[in-house]
Design a protein around this ligand. Sequence first.
Ligand code: TNX
Length: 539
Amino acid sequence: MHYFRHCHIPAALLLASFLLVSCNLPAFLVQAPTEVTPMSTATPTPPAVSKMDALIPLPASVEPAVGQFMLTGTAGIFVDPATPELIAIGQYLADKLKPATGYALPVTASAGVPAAGNILLTTAGGDPSQGEEGYTLTVAEGGVKLVAYKPAGLFRGLQTIRQLLPAAIDLPSQQAGPWAIPAGVIRDQPRFTYRGAMLDVARHFFGIKDVETYIDLLAYYKLNVFHIHLTDDQGWRLEIKSWPDLTKKGGSTAINGDPGGYYTQEQYKEIVAYAAARYITVVPEIDMPSHTNAALASYAELNCDGKAPALYTGGDVGFSSLCTSKDVTYKFLNDVIGELAALTPGPYIHIGGDEAKSTQEADYLPFIQKVQDIVQAHGKQMIGWEEISKAKLLPTTIAQGWASDLVTQAAAQGAKVIYSPASKAYLDMQYDPSTPLGLNWAGYVSVSDAYRWDPTTILHGIPESLMLGIEAPLWSETLRTIKDIEYMAFPRLPGLAELAWSPLVGRNWNEYRLRLGAQGARLTALGINYFHTPEVDFK
Ligand code: TNX
């Protein structure tokens, strides 16, 4: 295979371990001998703290090598094959590296191996056993090669490249450098297929720019699902053309009398496309039969007594209910879910189903089953909060645990499970009594609490095969700005992302807290308003 360099290494140089690694490297990864051959026979010392050891989420396998790749102003990003999709991925990486380096970093499609000094992103030779999102990253003095079976794997892997560079790479203005990437080989793939974060845009409304900022941060930590909680008692946030008052009236309010707002369908499509370009699936949620006061206030006919209640800006839950006995309720839901399904390329529609305290169980269970049929008729899989577990579920339906072990009843029916235990994964819980934002009904959730658990050991009786993954919800009763969102999500979200991505074996808070400490400089460079927890020594 012409691609790989033969290994004629003088015996004395066998000590230099980077050359041992280089034996298996494509030629462009190994620089011309005049430039790289160490003339001393002494074993070079690896840097004291390798960035290879400071990645979050921790890769499945890391083999550090001696040496480093220097990114310079003459570097280019090469992609193979020359598809628009791969060019876009290359451009994304260039756009992330340009502000701090000031380099041009042209993206070039090229079948074949670029010259030394460049970055290659390729699906040629990708390993199917690494799955849709796995990748192998090889860094040597002569170049960087990222190979994946699928483009999504390249996208995940380029987040690793970003984190291997000095933290200053994430600053928005040009820095001095130098821009070294430590040498080695990383083989990586996720543990769970569903790695989500949810944002409640109903209690408080967040505009497209804020949502996109959050999606970018999810991408940095290799999450792949953005669940958007679009409707609740306090506001309806997505334009539904067949029921326009949902947003005209129901979108006008927010909690505490704060400003309302909603996304037009065009704006919602923009969010979906923005996420898709980051290989993130949007899971839209229309909460029902409770959490529906905004809809009930907008259309009198949706109420059993035919009277529309006032708009609601308080913080209670469980007081509202759609009228499960009226036909118009199902016409309404068919219209809403139909429009939503048409806007949603991903496979899932979330129907809420939580805290239906004003709906009798005898009405609730058949309601959920009817809605499940509607979702299926529109070609989607239904996700619901754990309360749906008592209904008769299709094998394609997914139950999301949050407060109890009810989802074991869903799993017993063969349904899959997403786990978001409030006492661990709720980003809206206060960190401790001193942190100003958030709630504490599930207790305080420190950064270590959010990290020290595992879905397969908390929930007994659910085999890993039925555990689709985990999600970190962020409810916005107390959050008004993107800075508030950042403060609650960081630094807990990176830990939850690691639980979802990295192998269970070897996970350990004392080791993790050092990596998180090293990430502090990155969070600062990215301009994230993060909670400087005393549990971690931030660099
Ligand atoms: C419970 S979690 C809720 C939400 C609240 C949240 C606050 C869930 C399915 N329902 O309506 O916003 O607690 O933490």
